[in-house]
Write a protein that binds this ligand. Sequence first.
Ligand code: AMP
Length: 211
Amino acid sequence: MRIIIFGPQGSGKGTQAELIARRHNLPYVSTGDIFRYHTKNETELGVKVSQYLSQGELVPEDLTNQVVKSRLDQPDCVTGFVLDGYPRNRKQLDFLNSIFKIDFAIVIELSDDEAVKRLSGRLACKCGLSYHLEYNPPVKADLCDKCGSELFRRDDDQPEAIKKRLAIYHTETEPLFAEFEREDIFYRVDGSRSIDQVYQQIEKVISSNKK
Ligand code: AMP
């Protein structure tokens, strides 16, 4: 089963995609996580992309498509995957269509106001977990519950970068939905609910439409 989870930044798409992946025993593939890993470890790719990430801009197509292809070509993706953060524009969708057929495209809907509110309180950990000062605080202030590392605010969660990322989502990513709608594999869920309620909506979509 090949699933794409869409949603504006702050909609919780990463959290939901991971939950869905775990539940269905599929790999969770996040282009944002892959790029952040390379940036943090200062790999050759990381050096090339760090500027784009910190400013909330899209990494150029050739690099992104190459990263996605090499990840989706790994043996663990043979039975499917849950994709988060890709495709984000027409060229990426065309590339994805040339290598895989998708079964579900699910968008977690959230207003810009709510997205900004959520992102402004978000704290990240280098182990990949993320928290929110109001909705999902760590047990000990500023420390990760899982690995104990100090939490930080992502560069791309600064106000200017947030605005830029939301604008890209509206102008470049949302227009792709029409294509999934035409293929009858497109579903919307309400992202303003709790993590568990959003998860239940997505599970319902998958279980009622599995072919
Ligand atoms: P995310 O965690 O999905 O919000 O991604 C964080 C950042 O990684 C984005 O703001 C972009 O700079 C970069 N990125 C992630 N996915 C893509 C993509 N599909 N195309 C281009 N850049 C991406």
